[in-house]
Each structure stands twice: as structure tokens, then as C-alpha cells.
Design a protein. Sequence first.
Length: 62
Amino acid sequence: MVAKKAYPLRINEDILRAMQVWADDELRSINAQIEYVLRDALRKAGRVKNNKTEPIDEPEEN
């Protein structure tokens, strides 16, 4: 299990509102949605390796 650390976040109200709608659509908490988006951005930028908590990409058809 990965340890989690609390971090206060100041965020634009419009962005927070949009994130809440997105989280609701995907049945996640706002905190889980923000963490998901950050993790995905880090992975795509090559800043972190894939791990077991990330979704597995569908294999490409040959």
C-alpha cells in the first residue's frame, strides 16, 4: 500500500466545478479524480512508471 500525504490545494472555482462533474460522471470522489488526472499526466510525460493502480491500455490490433 502506498502512503498518502494530505496537501492543501488552492484551485480556481471553475476548474474545481468541472473536476467535480467529471468525478461524478466516473463515480469517483473529487480527490480520487484529481489524483487520477495528475497520475495520468505524469505517466504520459514520462515522469513516473506504470504501476498496478493505473488502468491497462487496450492492446493495438495488428
